[in-house]
Design a protein around this ligand. Structure first.
Ligand SMILES: *[C@@H]1O[C@H](CO)[C@@H](O)[C@H](O)[C@H]1NC(C)=O
Ligand SMILES: *[C@@H]1O[C@H](CO)[C@@H](O)[C@H](O)[C@H]1NC(C)=O
Ligand SMILES: *[C@@H]1O[C@H](CO)[C@@H](O)[C@H](O)[C@H]1NC(C)=O
Ligand SMILES: *[C@@H]1O[C@H](CO)[C@@H](O)[C@H](O)[C@H]1NC(C)=O
Ligand SMILES: *[C@@H]1O[C@H](CO)[C@@H](O)[C@H](O)[C@H]1NC(C)=O
Ligand SMILES: *[C@@H]1O[C@H](CO)[C@@H](O)[C@H](O)[C@H]1NC(C)=O
Ligand SMILES: *[C@@H]1O[C@H](CO)[C@@H](O)[C@H](O)[C@H]1NC(C)=O
Ligand SMILES: *[C@@H]1O[C@H](CO)[C@@H](O)[C@H](O)[C@H]1NC(C)=O
Length: 422
């Protein structure tokens, strides 16, 4: 046990040292990768691919038109950042969270839903959970917290909670109007960092949400785009969806570091012998890749209900050109990019002057983004290529056929690729 901690500490120290030596791009990519929140659990277990194919609309009840909103009319935008873990979605979420006074941003509200559903305390199964996710998102985009409240543990009292997941990650939930008087002796795990606030009054949160011009929600818990169709088509919302993807080999490499305990099997496969391609964990990887690909293909095929509403962004492009990509994302959503957002991105992507090689070339940049190549055993890279091949092809991630190529820094694994011309 003690050894285990020692190894972890050594790893952290090593990472810190590496971080110190990094230049501009690796700073970004470190932000994208290493900013792991210890409270963020892994997503739910094996996802049953047939779930999303179930044409069940019955659990979905349209909410009455309670706010008589007119999203389009008011120029109000509703943006969903749809990602999987280790794709830098928290960092990209900040691009919007930092927009300023007109933004209502929520960080992973579905965390509560997933946790309660997986605890089995509500009579439902994973095929119904996709509809629950959709309905909760819909309520939240309309500033109605009542459905989410049912999933918060312990249950809010009088719509007041001290345990909204990562409240402090949402600037709007820590602004003055939402900040109830500070209460001593109430333990709040997710308390505001910018000011001392009491527990979160969700009525105030809802009012703040209604005051704001735009609403953005980030989630890593929606597996398939098609399950959101009714939400995207809701006429009260001017909906935009940004799907964030990353090289699945890099994701695996990153997860093996971040969630080391869960990847013991992979480590032992890499060390000795064959990777059992029929293993449940490999199947899960394959399932995840398939979900991502199916969602992206649907988005890129631009069916009528997604036209001008879908954008695909690669992690690697954000890491290499953060400002440009942020501007493109803002432009796509139709939300004006503020100088606050621009400043934040600048501050968080530019190395301090004392760092060496501040303005690296693009080629070097790609190298930085591809650092994971040094940490993933070739055998595992091969497995990913095998089960995630079609996904990698779609997004323009090149295959390697030998360990030498994997480690060859002049061989870029990234094709320059334009997805939809928006
Ligand atoms: C997925 O769900 C279907 C029907 O709900 C079931 O027949 C199938 O065995 C499930 N597959 C897995 C891998 O759980
Ligand atoms: C919020 O949603 C709940 C559940 O759908 C609904 O009963 C309630 O009327 C909504 N609140 C408002 C203010 O419309
Ligand atoms: C909302 O917009 C539609 C068309 O864009 C319009 O017909 C309707 O009257 C508007 N409703 C309200 C409450 O403003
Ligand atoms: C999940 O729930 C749906 C409807 O509630 C039901 O039809 C289906 O059989 C359930 N699936 C499993 C695997 O229990
Ligand atoms: C929460 O805020 C609302 C709106 O200001 C207020 O009416 C309500 O009393 C507050 N709830 C509590 C428990 O303080
Ligand atoms: C997005 O970019 C296009 C072309 O570059 C420009 O015409 C348009 O005004 C921009 N939209 C926003 C909302 O910034
Ligand atoms: C990285 O950039 C530096 C300076 O711009 C250059 O000298 C070096 O050759 C580049 N490295 C590679 C592998 O291209
Ligand atoms: C590395 O890749 C480059 C570009 O594909 C190639 O020209 C070079 O021969 C490779 N080096 C080795 C040692 O394989």
């Amino acid at each position: 046990m003690r050894n285990k901690y020692a190894v972890i500490i050594i790893c952290i120290v090593a990472l810190v040292i590496i971080e110190k030596e990094n230049n501009i791009i690796s700073r970004v990519s470190n932000k994208l990768t290493l900013r792991r929140n210890p409270h963020t659990p892994e997503p739910l277990g094996p996802y049953n691919a047939s779930d999303s194919l179930i044409e069940s609309e019955n659990s979905f009840n349209y909410i009455d038109d309670f706010y008589s909103e007119n999203g389009t009319q008011a120029g109000r935008k509703h943006v969903l950042l749809m990602a999987t873990t280790r794709t830098g979605s928290s960092f990209v979420g900040e691009f919007f969270n930092q927009q300023g006074d007109n933004m209502f941003y929520l960080f992973e509200p579905l965390w509560h839903v997933e946790r309660m559903l997986s605890a089995g305390s509500i009579g439902t199964n994973s095929s119904t959970s996709v509809w629950v996710y959709r309905d909760v998102l819909q309520h939240l985009f309309l500033c109605n917290f009542s459905m989410l409240e049912r999933f918060i543990k312990p249950p809010p009292r009088d719509h007041v909670t001290h345990s909204l997941f990562r409240r402090e990650s949402s600037k709007a939930l820590c602004e003055e109007q939402v900040c109830s008087p500070f209460v001593r002796d109430v333990f709040e795990r997710y308390h505001c960092k910018t000011r001392r606030c009491g527990p979160l009054n969700l009525t105030l949160a809802s009012e703040a949400c209604l005051r704001k011009q735009h609403r953005v929600i980030k989630t890593v818990r929606v597996r398939q785009l098609d399950t959101l169709r009714a939400l995207i088509e809701d006429s009260r919302l001017d909906f935009k969806l940004i799907q964030l993807v990353r090289d699945p080999r890099a994701i695996l490499a990153s997860r093996m570091v971040a969630f080391a305990g869960k990847y013991q099997n992979w480590k032992s496969w890499a060390m000795n012998g064959e990777v059992p391609i029929e293993d449940e964990e490999v199947k899960r990887l394959e399932g995840n890749c398939n979900n991502i690909r199916i969602s992206a293909k649907l988005g890129l095929s631009q069916p009528k209900w997604l036209k001008k509403r879908y954008m695909l962004v690669r992690y690697e492009d954000i890491a290499r050109y953060p400002m440009q990509k942020a501007a493109e994302m803002y432009n796509f959503t139709g939300i004006p990019m503020t100088s606050q957002a621009r400043d934040w991105i600048f501050r968080n992507t530019h190395a301090s002057t004392e760092a060496s090689g501040v303005y690296s070339t693009q080629k070097n940049s790609s190298e930085q983004v591809e650092k994971w190549r040094l940490s993933i055993p070739f055998k595992l890279a091969q497995v990913v290529q095998k089960v995630c091949g079609p996904t990698m092809k779609l997004f323009g991630y090149r295959f390697v056929d030998s360990e030498q190529t994997l480690l060859n820094k002049s061989f870029s694994l990234l094709e320059e690729k334009e997805f939809l011309k928006l």
